[in-house]
Design a protein around this ligand. Structure first.
Ligand code: PEP
Ligand code: MN
Length: 338
């Protein structure tokens, strides 16, 4: 349930509503939107009578949220959530860009890639230090050493860092090196991890699970938000279908659907979605045309020698060309790449 306060509501009115909700057994969360203050009633209480709240001073209206996710629901706030990191914005009219290799291999590899990407205006560098590999016998990542490398390379190029976290025990370490924490597809329903990430004050990229429905995905976002962290970026990275030609099947419908259901930004990862370098460019252009709030793209300074996901990694010159193209496409759909 949402209690929307009128423009003339005083701080006292807002506090009264919050206290009344708490007395009824809810947790009250006050959010100050651009236009109005909304008091969210968190918790499940079937027997509550909406009229009790409608009659309180300063209350404009009471909205019953019927979806199973509440804080992530579109109705829960008037405006789109914008997540901003290092001057890059995701959400509303902004399309943010993230690029970098699949995995951190060495200082030299990261530095060469970051150098090239900085020439294409990349401000957020990606790179995995802990890799969720399907086989335990393949490269598992450099671990904390890798995080140190990506942090220092990013600092040298004035970039922010995003990297995938796999376990609760790594949160403290990630807070030291990383600006955006990434939850991989395989961990979308690691509920204990999601709950813990609700307590931190850094943005989280939540990748869609391999076969997750929109509702399951938004419920996972709700786990993070219910802990108090509203900075969630959803990432469509392809789903598992019967088709084997591409690594996954990129579900571009996710963009308009999520925008209807939620105020959270949605970005697209065309690299893991297609698994093929030559499919990354057209699908990136399509995602921007469909109004996505950002892209996360794998780029390696020399993909032929990449330890991981070389076949889907762009050459830096390809990324540069793509960047120039999507910068032209974005304004056609009312978006801006900053
Ligand atoms: C990644 O981004 O490196 C990755 C492993 O992606 P996903 O979780 O989408 O497979
Ligand atoms: Mn990868």
């Amino acid at each position: 349930m949402l209690v929307v306060m009128s423009n003339s509501a005083t701080e006292k009115d807002i506090q009264r509503v919050a206290m009344f909700l708490e007395a009824k057994g809810f947790e009250a969360r006050i959010s100050h939107g651009e236009v109005r203050v909304v008091v969210h009633a968190i918790g499940v209480k079937e027997e509550v009578d909406q009229r009790d709240f409608e009659l309180l001073p300063g209350v404009l209206e009471v909205i019953k949220v019927t979806t199973s996710y509440k804080l992530a629901a579109r109705v829960s706030q008037g405006q789109d959530t914008i997540v901003e990191v290092n001057g890059v914005k995701f959400g509303d009219k902004y399309t943010g860009l993230i690029a970098g290799p699949c995995t951190i291999e060495s200082y030299d590899q990261m530095d060469k890639t970051a150098q090239e990407l900085s020439e294409s205006n990349v401000k957020i560098l990606r790179g995995g230090a802990f890799k969720p590999r399907t086989s335990p016998y393949t490269f598992q990542g450099l671990g904390e050493e890798g995080l140190k490398v990506i942090r220092s390379v990013a600092d040298n190029h004035n970039m922010a860092v995003t990297s995938e976290i796999m376990d609760i025990s790594q949160i403290e370490m990630f807070m030291r090196y990383v600006d955006i924490l990434q939850i991989g597809a395989r961990n979308m329903q690691n509920f204990n991890l999601l709950k813990e990430l609700g307590k931190i004050h850094k943005p989280v990229i939540l990748k869609r699970g391999l076969s997750a429905t929109y509702e399951e995905w938004l419920m996972s976002a709700e786990y993070i938000m219910s802990g108090g962290n509203n900075q969630v970026i959803l990432c469509e990275r392809g789903i598992r279908t019967f088709e084997k030609y591409t690594r996954n099947t990129l579900d571009l419908s996710a963009i308009p659907v999520i925008k209807k259901l939620s105020h959270l930004p949605i970005i697209v990862d065309p690299s893991h979605a297609t698994g093929l370098r030559d499919k990354v460019e057209p699908m990136s252009r399509a995602a921007v045309a469909a109004g996505c709030d950002g892209l996360i793209i794998e780029v390696h300074h020399n993909p032929e020698v990449a330890v991981c996901d070389g076949a889907q990694s762009l050459y830096p010159w390809q990324y540069d060309l793509l960047y120039k193209q999507i910068k032209q496409i974005a304004p056609i759909v009312g978006k801006e790449i900053v």
